[in-house]
Write a protein that binds this ligand. Structure first.
Ligand SMILES: Cc1cc2nc3c(=O)[nH]c(=O)nc-3n(C[C@H](O)[C@H](O)[C@H](O)COP(=O)(O)OP(=O)(O)OC[C@H]3O[C@@H](n4cnc5c(N)ncnc54)[C@H](O)[C@@H]3O)c2cc1C
Length: 414
């Protein structure tokens, strides 16, 4: 195994990676453009609670890095020359490496919308984004959130708590549809409406208008929505350092990695939001920008560097918005279609202690009946039985097997 490991990017992936690599006794240098090694996963809670200190989000302090024996360089890598194994930073640093770990995360992917440069338009992917939005989150202001995926919903939840009037817009008919199926999305939609939040589905934003500052959003249908602030939350795309453009060969323009987390360039590994990962069920590469996955891969790194492969990751996505928790395990419809897997859905019912009968959704492969996914939503205990479903998926169990687990099939293909 090579000895000088250079990790680029100090988020969940990079921060966890340096810890696991040091435990394996490797010499590690970490370069990150952010001065703090922090997690973005709970930024919406900071917005909700008007937290302006980064301290609760720091994964590793400078003292902890020193104690671990990690050399930390607070700088931006502006170029990587893989043939000479060197990374160049904005501060003119030249860092040679034997092994390179890319953990550079993702950046916001915005559709082409006229007016995005107007004052009052925000994104929400970093601590500095959170600080900017935080100072604009004045009670009574009209906030339009473009994109009602998981992050869009988390932002809606935070701004709702801060007393803003919210409109959520999505190109898909219901909220959360890139994560869960219609059955779950509709329950979330009812919750959104019950809270007095306006949701406009099947809607494309054509332009943003205003005199120097945001005043309204214009939809392709011609509808005009008055706005004081606009938050664009339409997904992310892999962030790949310059010099390594040829690595953008994975799904969704991510860095394709194999079962050893290796890229197509020798001794370059990639983890987290900049990279693809392997789906456990199909064994195929997928792009899943999830912190839980970045952390999982970071912990695997020392093993894969010693030629131990991993079989794949069972997607696990949880969130809480407007008092409702949702969970998605395994493949969803969106991914199944992309992976060419023919699936059906079934509504199932079981009892949750203290809650009563609870309905959730199972996805299974057509033909084989193999369970490939599970989704649940509600105000309490929604993750009840999640371990059972994870095992059912991992073991390749069939739909009929769930009846042995005190679960009733209510209807198929809702
Ligand atoms: C509001 C919000 C809520 C979320 N909630 C969840 C959740 O509930 N569950 C979940 O699983 N995921 C969640 N996510 C997603 C999760 O935050 C990301 O998947 C995770 O942060 C990815 O980790 P990463 O280490 O790959 O990248 P990041 O955390 O983005 O870290 C990348 C780091 O690399 C640095 N960097 C980039 N380029 C360079 C360069 N050229 N030189 C030096 N440094 C560089 C960046 O500054 C950054 O510090 C959420 C995300 C957001 C924004």
């Amino acid at each position: 195994m090579k000895s000088e490991v250079l990790v680029v990017g100090g988020g969940v992936g990079g921060g966890t990676a340096v810890t696991s690599l040091r435990k394996a006794n490797l010499n590690v240098t970490l370069i990150s453009v952010d001065s703090f090694i922090y997690s973005k996963m709970t930024l919406s809670y900071a917005l909700k609670n008007n937290v302006t200190s980064i301290d609760p989000y720091v994964i590793l302090t400078h003292d902890q890095l020193k104690h671990l024996g990690v050399r930390f360089i607070n700088d931006e890598v502006v170029f990587i020359d893989p043939s000479n194994r060197v990374a160049v930073t904005r501060g003119n640093g030249m860092f040679e490496y034997d092994v390179l770990v890319l953990a550079t995360g993702s950046k916001v992917s915005t559709p082409k919308i006229e007016g995005l440069e107007l004052s009052g338009v925000y994104t929400f992917i970093s601590f500095s984004d959170m600080i900017k939005l935080n100072s604009a989150a004045i009670p009574g202001k009209r906030a339009v959130i473009v994109g009602a995926g998981m992050i869009g919903l988390l932002i809606a939840d935070s701004l709702y708590s801060r007393g803003l009037n919210i409109t959520l817009i999505d190109i898909l008919p219901y909220p959360l549809m890139t994560a869960v199926e219609e059955f779950i999305s509709k329950i979330m939609l009812n919750r959104i409406k019950a809270k007095g939040i306006k949701f406009i589905g099947n809607a494309a934003v054509e332009r943003i208008e205003g005199n120097g500052k945001v005043e309204r959003v214009i939809l392709a249908s011609g509808e005009k929505i008055p706005a004081d602030i606009i938050i664009v939350s339409t997904g992310v795309t892999a962030n790949i350092p310059s010099g390594l453009e040829r690595l953008r060969d994975g799904p969704g323009g991510s860095i394709l990695t194999n079962e050893f987390l290796r890229t197509s360039i020798p001794d370059i590994y990639a983890i987290g939001d900049c990279a693809s990962s392997i789906d456990y069920i199909t064994g195929k590469p997928v792009y899943r920008p999830l912190g839980i996955l970045a952390s999982y891969e970071a912990k695997l790194l020392p093993l894969t560097m010693m030629n131990m492969s991993y079989k794949g990751f069972i997607a696990y996505q949880v969130g809480e918005a407007l008092g409702y928790y949702f969970i998605r395990l395994g493949l969803n419809g969106f991914e199944s279609k992309r992976l060419g897997l023919n699936y059906s859905k079934a509504i199932i019912e079981y009892k949750i202690p203290g809650v009563g009968a609870h309905r959730s959704l199972v996805l299974y492969e057509k033909g084989s009946s193999r369970i490939i996914g599970w989704q649940s939503i509600g105000s309490a205990m929604v993750s009840y039985k999640s371990k059972i479903f994870e095992n059912l998926i991992r073991d390749g169990c069939k739909l009929e097997d769930i009846q042995e687990k005190n679960i009733r099939i209510i209807s198929e293909e809702p």
